[in-house]
Each structure stands twice: as structure tokens, then as C-alpha cells.
Design a binder for this molecule. Structure first.
Ligand SMILES: *Cc1c(COP(=O)(O)O)cnc(C)c1O
Length: 358
């Protein structure tokens, strides 16, 4: 057997670009335009270098205590890891490898099919309707399932599905783990978190990357029944006993506790999102109502690929997927007000130029 044939090759997830040049307006990976909490900054500046001599706390107590206090969930029902990507990757391994297909929408976070492929979990994608909406009954089928995962608000559409829909799916699937990925919930919609007291098959996953401006720190967490969280810890501890480093545990706890700052940041982003929505509409873009920190928009005449390329020439990065149904859409992160002004000015020019050609 050739060496090549003994190696596992897999098609990985492609993250949005992280350009190194300066002067770029970066609206392609849903990062927050505002700095992290000042409490986080103070805490990080005070960490003694000496404290890195030891391995970090494998149980991440400081961070989990902070999460427990802020969200009112007992610590035994909280798991934290290196970004929600790692939490989700381990959750797929822990909950979804038991046979049957995993169900998720055809248009959703594009990491889900990659993890499924990594663990060889069969998948059944469920088409969203023409307005990109999820229908609960599509997930209430009698088939044998490995599990269900729903991003709410969904990515890249920004659409929020009500808790009644989530509850119908939970009720119709006893004994099957349903993960609700709430990466964007701080920007709109009601969290499914209170439902974890009512359903033993619900896991809610969140992140500090978007609303808490800490994409670079890599903190994600899950809430769920203790039995499922214990299983997640056991899988993690069979893989790496120290996933979160000391700075993330201590700094993350400070950031999580600063709920006033979180609220202020989210309010600013929501206000800018609504202003951007008005500007886009006036230029002939259509988009589903966004409950996230991005807008998923399509122009009525100018193809998405052309707008994407023209924005890039002007050093404005947004995200686009060359996929069926969504090829003409651009996912535009809500940036600062100044970035939004620059984006709107660039789009006006581009639409005027290209619009004249069609
Ligand atoms: C950004 C994102 C994540 C991953 O976030 P982390 O930075 O790994 O915490 C997970 N799910 C969705 C839907 C996302 O958009």
C-alpha cells in the first residue's frame, strides 16, 4: 500500500480570510468592530507571567463560575472549550455517532457537514423554504436519527426561528440530542436556554467570539443536562485535558461577567444593522430580516459575484458562497458606523456602474 493510501485526507472547512495587510474594511467573518470589555483588558494585564508555569485548571472553574452566575445555570451543566467550533466538534463526536442521519438545514453553518464527514456521520439536509425559513414538521419525522442541529439565528441567513419551533422539534424527538447553536443570539431573538430545564435532549451552544469581541481568545460553551455535559467532559478528557489556556479561563471569566458592556455593544451593533438595512433596501437589495450581526443580501439586478469582486478591489471584504440558491447573496458583517458609511458609499458607486450595464 502506498503511503498516500494510508493517510486520512479530508476536505476541511474554509474559514473567511484573515488578511494581513492594513487598510482593509473587514466585514467577512462576523467579528465585532468594538474592543472587548475594559474589565477583560484589566484582568489580562494583571495576569502574572509566573501563573503560566503551571498547567491551567482542567475544570475551568473561574470561567464556569462566571457563566453559572451570569446565566443562572448550575456549573455541572456547563461545558466550555476553545471556541464554539471545538465545543461543536466534540459534541458531534459525543452525541451524533450513534447511527442514523444527522439532520440540519441545507443552508446553514458550513462547518456542520465537515464535522459530519470527519466522524463519518450520515447527514440528511432539510431544505429551507424559499424565504429561508425552517419548518418544524420537517424535523418531526419518525425516522431513526443521530441528532439535529439548528443554528438560531441561522447563519448565513440571519433569520431567527421562534422558540415554539424549537420546542416542537424537541418534543417530537425524545431520546435524540438537539443542539441549538446560538452564536448570534445576543443580537436578536429569545434564547432556548430556559428550555434546558424542561427537555433532557437539548444542548445550547454559545460563543464569546461575536457579541463579546473575543474571536481571538477562542472561548465557546455549552449548556445542557448534566448527563450530556458529563459525557462531553469525558470525551474531551480522552482527547486533551487542557483545552482552554489559563489566560482564556481568567480573561474569559472577566468578559463574561461584564454584562453591562455586552448589552451596550449589542445595542450599538443592532442600531447600525438597522441603519445598514435601510441603506441596502434603498439601493435595491433584498434580504431576510436579520437577528444577527450581519445581513445576507442580494441585489435585484447586479450579480453577487460582481459586487463581491468590486468591493474587494476597494479593499472591502465580505463573504460569499458559490453554492446553489445563495450564489447571488453577500453576507455582510455589521461593522462600526464609519465602516458602514464606507461600505454604503462603495456599494452606491458599484451599483451605479454595474446597474448601468444591465
Ligand atoms: C462563528 C460561528 C461559530 C463558531 O464560533 P467560535 O469562534 O468557534 O466560537 C459557530 N456557529 C456559528 C453558526 C457561527 O457563525
Amino acid at each position: 500500500m502506498a503511503l498516500r493510501d494510508k493517510v486520512r485526507f479530508i476536505t476541511p472547512y474554509t474559514p473567511g480570510e484573515q488578511p494581513r495587510e492594513s487598510g482593509i474594511i473587514k466585514l467577512n467573518t462576523n467579528e465585532c468592530p468594538y474592543p472587548p470589555s475594559p474589565e477583560f483588558a484589566r484582568t489580562m494585564a494583571q495576569i502574572p507571567p509566573e501563573s503560566f508555569r503551571l498547567y491551567p485548571d482542567p475544570n475551568e472553574n473561574e470561567l464556569r463560575d462566571a457563566l453559572s452566575e451570569v446565566y443562572g445555570i448550575p456549573k455541572e451543566r456547563i461545558y466550555a472549550g476553545v471556541g464554539s467550533d471545538e465545543v461543536l466538534a466534540l459534541a458531534f463526536l459525543t452525541f451524533f455517532t450513534g447511527g442514523g442521519p444527522l439532520l440540519f438545514p441545507d443552508i446553514t453553518y458550513s462547518f456542520y457537514p465537515v464535522w459530519a464527514d470527519l466522524y463519518q456521520i450520515p447527514v440528511r439536509t432539510v431544505p429551507l423554504d424559499e424565504d429561508f425559513r425552517i419548518h418544524a414538521e420537517d424535523y418531526c419525522t419518525q425516522e431513526d436519527k443521530a441528532g439535529i442541529i439548528i443554528a438560531n439565528p441561522n447563519a448565513p441567513t440571519g433569520l431567527y426561528a421562534g422558540l415554539d419551533l424549537i420546542e416542537r422539534i424537541l418534543q417530537a424527538n425524545p431520546g435524540i440530542v438537539v443542539i441549538v447553536d446560538e452564536a448570534y443570539i445576543d443580537f436578536g431573538g429569545e434564547s432556548a436556554l430556559p428550555l434546558i430545564d424542561k427537555y433532557d435532549n437539548l444542548v445550547v451552544v454559545r460563543t464569546c467570539s461575536k457579541s463579546r469581541s473575543l474571536a481571538g481568545l477562542r472561548i465557546g460553551y455549552a449548556f445542557g443536562p448534566q448527563m450530556l455535559m458529563d459525557a462531553l467532559w469525558a470525551v474531551r478528557n480522552s482527547f486533551n485535558s487542557y483545552t482552554l489556556n489559563h489566560a482564556s479561563i481568567v480573561g474569559g471569566a472577566a468578559a463574561v461577567r461584564d454584562t453591562a458592556y455586552l448589552k451596550q455593544t449589542c445595542e450599538r451593533i443592532i442600531a447600525t444593522r438597522e441603519r445598514l438595512a435601510g441603506e441596502l433596501r434603498a439601493m435595491g437589495f433584498t434580504f431576510p430580516p436579520s437577528s444577527a450581526n450581519f445581513i445576507f443580501a442580494k441585489h435585484e439586478t447586479v450579480p453577487g459575484s460582481e459586487i463581491f469582486a468590486a468591493l474587494r478591489e476597494r479593499k472591502i471584504f465580505v463573504r460569499r458562497w458559490d453554492l446553489p440558491r445563495i450564489g447571488d447573496y453577500l453576507r455582510i458583517t455589521v461593522g462600526s458606523d464609519a465602516e458602514t458609511d464606507a461600505l454604503v458609499a462603495a456599494l452606491r458607486e458599484i451599483i451605479k456602474e454595474k446597474g448601468a450595464e444591465v
